[in-house]
Write a new protein. Structure first.
Length: 325
């Protein structure tokens, strides 16, 4: 696995999660690894590239464009509630495109913005994101932390601090993980701070299937098997022998990203044998779609108090602003 030394934490966590996925039957835990990048021209690991191609080619995939629209149209309203001299701490900033279309419009809407801190487990990915923000907002304090933001031990403290978590990543945290994660954030952050979370509250199965069950999404999601084959040195694995078949669980508000084995396989990972039956389903990650009230009720035990909710024009993407004071 050809990564920079600074990404050793990422490598270790990837190996741990893949082993748990196959041998301990942990499901839905591969979400941090779907945006893999090629190491050379012949490398089939192209998750990040395929994601961008999907965004451009699949007109029914609404999440990205509507989340961008939400920040571009509601950024001033959100910023007015936060007030002046804020410092944003963003968990999992995302790609350069995500920063430009979502994060930066919100930051620009803030009065006398003081600073920005990005937190990501991948140092190389983090460096690229900080460079984007630094070039666009050269007059604020900018820094980063290489951490798995789901396992934080500390957070820097600032006056008028905003913990910011965009939608695509928080939607991947399981229902049993989310409240504990938010409670941990509250304990680590400054005494008085804001929490800004974005998620998809769409409950319409037809709309969801149009957004997810398409060729572009299928190729993107199945690419995780190529990454496992490459980075885990999975001897004998046929990563192309899986097809994407998402499932919607309305009771759990869970859009499950399922890969189905097209054939039986037997291969080696870290000296252990993986046996797969034809037709076996692999739940790689989830995209949770909580209704607004359900989402607020889930976070209520953490002690955060809701200030306001902002919806995009389609009434599907939601930004929640909470206070810890």
């Amino acid at each position: 696995m050809k990564n920079e030394t600074g990404d050793q934490k990422f490598i270790d966590q990837f190996e741990k999660d893949v082993l748990e996925f196959f041998f301990d039957k942990v499901r839905g835990n591969l979400w941090p690894y779907i945006y893999g990048t090629p190491q050379d021209a012949d490398d089939p690991v192209r998750g990040g590239i395929l994601y961008n191609e999907m965004l451009e080619g699949e007109k029914d995939y609404y999440l990205y464009k509507y989340e961008a629209q939400l920040f571009q149209s509601k950024g001033k309203d959100i910023a007015s509630l936060i007030g002046s001299n804020a410092t944003f701490i963003e968990l999992g900033p995302g790609s350069e495109q995500s920063l430009r279309l979502k994060t930066l419009p919100l930051l620009r809407a803030c009065t006398d913005l003081q600073g920005y801190v990005g937190i990501d487990i991948s140092q190389s990915f983090l460096d690229k994101g900080l460079e984007v923000v630094r070039n666009e907002l050269p007059n604020i304090e900018i820094s980063g932390m290489q951490q798995d933001f789901t396992k934080l031990k500390e957070l820097p403290e600032f006056d008028n601090q905003v913990i910011f978590f965009k939608g695509s990543t928080i939607a991947n945290l399981r229902r049993d993980e989310l409240p504990d994660f938010i409670s941990q954030i509250k304990e680590l952050a400054a005494e008085n701070h804001y929490l800004l979370l974005v998620h998809d509250c769409n409950q319409d199965e037809e709309s969801l299937m149009k957004a997810y069950h398409n060729e572009g999404m299928g190729v993107f999601m199945a690419n995780i098997m190529y990454r496992i084959h490459r980075d885990m040195n999975a001897v004998g694995m046929e990563p192309q022998a899986f097809r994407y078949s998402p499932e919607w669980d309305p009771e759990g508000h869970d859009l499950k990203h399922i890969l189905v084995a097209n054939k039986a396989q037997k291969f080696e990972i870290k000296g252990k044998t993986v046996e797969i039956a034809e037709g076996e389903k692999f739940h790689t990650l989830s995209s949770f779609k909580y209704p607004v009230k359900v989402f607020e009720e889930m976070l209520a035990p953490s002690g955060y108090k809701p200030i306001d909710v902002f919806l995009d024009d389609s009434q599907r993407l939601t930004a929640h602003l909470f206070t810890a004071s």
